[in-house]
Design a binder for this molecule. Structure first.
Ligand SMILES: C[S@@+](CC[C@H](N)C(=O)[O-])C[C@H]1O[C@@H](n2cnc3c(N)ncnc32)[C@H](O)[C@@H]1O
Length: 236
């Protein structure tokens, strides 16, 4: 079994993308042994929840995007709390996508659509100014110096975001990796299109209002690490 990437269904033309345009920012796409329940969820339900760009933008909805939703608990929580918003979620790791589908089924969520590949491919395909909010939470830190160029937060991603974010839209980031936190700040503070919304240490030491904990956040907090939370407003 494996669900392939639904390029055509998402309205994406694979030929629009140059090979190796993006350095890979994620590890494995499949665990060695995917539980049969998860395989069944992927086979039976994923096609119903995949992003179809041709339908999505006909109705003038509002969109929030999570890049790398992991197990999907954050996006599920946001979707339940904000039923008027359509949540787009990108995740290339099939175990995570199956967990997300589990949330959708169990919690009766209607307003989530999934892209099962690299978020940057979707960013290239979305219409201008279509995202009101973007979450990049606990992205893979790529701690080795020679791997840092794989970090998803970089100038190339900020340029992609700048085209698709609405004026006044929010970019929310979190990390428990001090070095990556500094990297995020360096990149974002150097880009005048993104304005940091912090006035005092509490503003980055604590999550902003309405926060939903991610699986990774729970794990890292139990291990005694203190995440940082960065909130930026996009000013065009
Ligand atoms: C450390 S995990 C954190 C997951 C989740 N945000 C959390 O906090 O629990 C980082 C996730 O980002 C995903 N990821 C990495 N690069 C990505 C990309 N280019 N597009 C979409 N997801 C990506 C990985 O597959 C992984 O699931």
């Amino acid at each position: 079994m494996m669900v392939s990437v639904y390029w055509a269904e998402a309205g994406l033309e694979k030929s629009n993308f140059k090979p190796k345009e993006f350095l890979q920012s994620f590890g494995r796409r499949k665990s060695r042994k995917l539980l049969i329940t998860k395989q069944n969820l992927l086979e039976d339900s994923l096609p119903d929840y995949l992003i179809d760009l041709s339908k999505l933008f006909l109705v003038g909805q509002k969109f929030w995007l999570e890049i790398g939703f992991g197990g999907g608990e954050h996006l599920a929580g946001r979707a339940l709390a904000n039923p008027e918003i359509t949540m787009l979620g990108c995740e290339p790791f099939y175990d995570g996508i199956a967990s997300m589908l589990g949330h959708i089924k169990r919690e009766g969520i209607k307003n989530i659509r999934i892209f099962n590949d690299d978020a940057r491919l979707l960013l290239k395909a979305l219409p201008d100014k279509s995202l009101e909010r973007v979450f990049i939470l606990f992205p893979d830190p790529w701690p080795k110096l020679r791997h840092q160029k794989r970090r998803i937060v970089n100038q190339q991603t900020l340029d992609l975001l700048a085209r698709v974010m609405c004026e006044g839209g929010e970019l929310l980031l979190a990390t428990d990796h001090v070095d990556y936190g500094v990297w995020m700040l360096e990149h974002l503070q150097a880009d005048p299109r993104f304005i940091w919304q912090a006035n005092e240490p509490e503003d980055w030491q604590n999550p902003p209002p309405g926060w939903v904990e991610t699986r990774y956040q729970v794990k890292t907090t139990l291990e005694g690490r203190k995440p940082m939370f960065l909130r930026y407003v996009f000013s065009g």
